[in-house]
Design a protein around this ligand. Structure first.
Ligand code: FES
Ligand SMILES: [Fe+2]
Length: 376
């Protein structure tokens, strides 16, 4: 990491940089849009945001997941408001009631005389690339990203033991954050701040035990941390009131994995549950974070199951993080800010910053290479 510095201040405060990122990193990449279960049944529809582009997800009658740009081909009204759901056999615009088949073809255009339209095929919804991995839905709005399997790369094998396809969301929390999306991610990628601001977290995990993946390929950054000796999971007292996820090795039951699939999905794999943070930029200095806690369906269905032990623990840690992250953003507001260097235990921050900087320069999404003599 040598003399490397963090990204320049403009990357965190300049609306023009965020506009570029929305177009190239979000619309131009694979953005996690939620869980497959959100659109599992035929005819289920859900509106989400990629970068600049609103997208409507829909499961067709044959079970195929499709995605379209969320604008009507009449005047451009959104088919569903972002976050809105529907379940019906057509996509129906609320403005003048044009409707579309679930494969995007125009179905009816009231008062336009659709029978006389010269070229109704030209008025189909605009398709968007969509793919599923690990039980999550991803969209690539501009269609320029490599296949999702290439984007995920070696992360597929790393995450596989947790069988995330099978897990179900037992709790969700949403946070509004007065910080650039990258400040939140950089904070996620290091635990040097854990002893100063996370006393509860440090009781159940070994703060300096982080070891980061160098496995290629894949547009991901992250690593492992060790649970403290007495702790069976990340909870206030380290106790785990539910069984471990089936199939995890003894080693995997002693660790938590924290990984980011670029750009917006953060996955924390615990012995008994998986916590995800999905980050969406609102503007250059504000973000929204949606956290899901995923458990095995047998656990969720067991008598007396309550995810609060995991939810309340991480909600506390999240709020400690958001306070720090928002303070960083206030510090970055000053034109006097000069980017700092990387400590030896911030190699994942370095990898993320290098991946982002490489994309700014027009390159592929690649982690920064650590020096051969790098030691923690
Ligand atoms: S804009 Fe959708 S029906 Fe007019
Ligand atoms: Fe933290």
């Amino acid at each position: 990491m040598g003399d490397a510095r963090l990204l320049p201040r403009a990357a965190y405060v300049d609306q023009a940089v965020l506009a570029w990122e929305r177009e190239h990193l979000f619309d131009g990449g694979w953005v996690c849009a939620g869980r497959t279960a959100d659109v599992a049944r035929p005819r289920q529809q859900l509106a989400v945001r990629a970068g600049v582009t609103g997208v409507v997800l829909v499961r067709d009658d044959g079970g195929l997941l499709r995605a379209f740009a969320n604008h009507c081909r009449h005047r451009g009204h959104e088919l569903l408001a972002c976050g809105e759901r529907a379940e019906r056999g057509a996509l129906v615009c609320p403005y003048h009631r044009w409707s579309f088949h679930l494969d995007g073809r125009l179905r009816s255009a009231p008062r336009v005389g659709e029978g006389t339209l010269a070229d109704p095929e030209s008025l189909a919804l605009v398709p968007v690339e969509v793919a599923e991995w690990g039980g999550w839905v991803f969209v690539n709005a501009d269609g320029t990203a490599p296949p999702l399997a290439d984007h995920v790369g070696a992360l597929d094998g790393i995450v596989a033991p947790w069988r995330t396809d099978d897990l179900v969301v037992a709790a969700t929390r949403r946070y509004d954050l007065a910080a650039n999306w990258k400040v939140a991610i950089e904070n996620y990628h290091e635990c040097a701040h854990c002893p100063p601001i996370h006393p509860e977290l440090c009781r159940v995990t070994v703060a300096d035990s982080g070891r980061n993946f160098r496995t290629e390929p894949g547009a991901f950054v992250g690593g492992t941390m060790e649970l403290a000796g007495h702790a069976a999971t990340m909870s206030a007292d380290g106790r785990r009131p539910v069984p471990p996820l089936p199939g995890l090795s003894a080693r995997e039951q002693r660790q938590v994995l924290y990984v980011q699939l670029f750009p917006n999905l953060l996955v924390a794999l615990h012995p008994d549950y998986v916590l995800t943070h999905r980050i969406e930029p609102v503007d250059a200095t504000r973000s929204t974070v949606v956290c899901d806690w995923l458990f095995h369906p047998d656990t969720v269905g067991s008598p007396g199951f309550d995810p609060a032990y995991a939810v309340e623990f991480w909600d506390l840690v999240n709020r400690q993080d958001w306070a720090a992250v928002e303070s960083v953003q206030r510090g970055l507001a000053s034109p006097l800010f000069v980017p700092g260097v990387f400590a030896s235990n911030e190699d994942a921050v370095y990898q993320f910053a290098t991946m982002t900087a490489g994309a700014y320069l027009g390159g592929p999404l690649r982690r920064g290479t650590l020096p051969d003599d790098f030691t923690r």
